[in-house]
Design a protein around this ligand. Sequence first.
Ligand code: PLP
Length: 477
Amino acid sequence: MSPEEFRRVGKQVVDWIADYRAGIESFPVRSQVEPGEVRAKLPAHPPERGEDFEQVLRDLDEILLPGVTHWQHPEFFAYFPSNSTGPSILGDLLSSGLGVQGMVWATSPACTELETTVMDWLVALLGLPSHFRTDAAGGGVIQDSASSAVLVACLAALQRTGEDVARLGIRRRHTLYASEHTHSSLERAARLAGIGSDNVRVVGTDPDTLGMDPRRLDELIAADVEAGAVPTLVCATIGTTSTTAIDPVREIGEVCRERDVWLHVDAAYAGVAAVCPELRWINDGVAEFADSYCTNPHKWLLTNFDCSALWLADRAPMIEALSILPEYLRNSATESGEVIDYRDWQVPLGRRFRSLKLWSVLRWYGAEGLRAHIRGTVALAQEFAGWVREDPDFELLEPHPFALVCFRPRYPELSASEADERTHRVMNALNDSGDLYLTHTKIGGRTLLRLAIGSPATERRHVEAAWQRIRRAVQVR
Ligand SMILES: *Cc1c(COP(=O)(O)O)cnc(C)c1O
């Protein structure tokens, strides 16, 4: 593709995206295809001769779009948001255009130095401690996902136990601590790091707050030490995936400090809410106790997947755990010790110029625009929660400090299991309608619907329409 062809087709692609975004409300939110339907329409063999890009765009419209769930639709309320915005798309396009592979500083200094800068900017924007900055002992790095972030944290924590796991492998039983509401990526990290699922200890929670009970944590750690295990990492969550519950980071941190166990704080969804001073209380205990901390701009902070921010209070154990310097990567900048080589801060070697999209977002919106987005979506969620609370046919899960609301219809005439089944049927009917998309969770054995607001396209009228649809679906008996 020559530069002139790229210019012509590229403009068509940008137009396609702009038209798609402008008309997104005309699509059913959740894809309605059956398994195999998309594949059946695709040719079994790749083309022998090259084709025009127009044909790719035509197949995108005709074959792929029906199989797309429209995550940027204003009535997408499932899971958590996965924001993708104009400046972020353009930043990502520029990254593709440059085609830089930024594994070490020397392979593209700007890729490393912009990343360091935007990660330091985020420290300030989110009110995180200054020791997370790269000019202190810590530092921030963009990972592909919170799952990779917690794996890196585990590898660093293993190294910090003094067992030199990086060289010798795991020779003792290492234990990790989480609650039943901790994201499954922790257990995944335990498997990947060779710690094993059975060594993820599940700490009991407070039945009201759903937060981890620090006393139970302390007892479990003590019992494990007694039994000869090496307590290695505790994962505390600020904003659980299920309900946005918050673990008491400060009290958990005190236990970790006392027992010399690494504290990883997973704030994948909710952490970015701290751009708003009125929500900054969620960081309580992070400055004093977190050894690592993760939040995802690619969920709620207007940045395309993938962009997960990980900070460390001390980067040394991570680098010890991950750094290997083969001859073909040797260079004078690395040897001078004056530069960061982010390959030592992640699992893969190669890395994209991801900071470009985050930089584009931070500059386009400014702190003010980011705050307006978080505040706007939180306000809509609070209004929705108010409607649920006032309706005698519904039950609301409290508290809901962010933009996720968990609730369920009341079916007083049904048993718990029949009521849960009915709730599922209501959800499936709503999702099948294509008008909106909700997901569910289970708390205390009971099914709850989750309505997560987070798209910049979502206006009050969309939330109101969703509420009316949910009420009507519940009334159909
Ligand atoms: C979404 C989520 C994750 C996983 O995030 P990925 O970036 O998709 O790996 C981890 N923890 C919490 C609390 C989450 O909400």
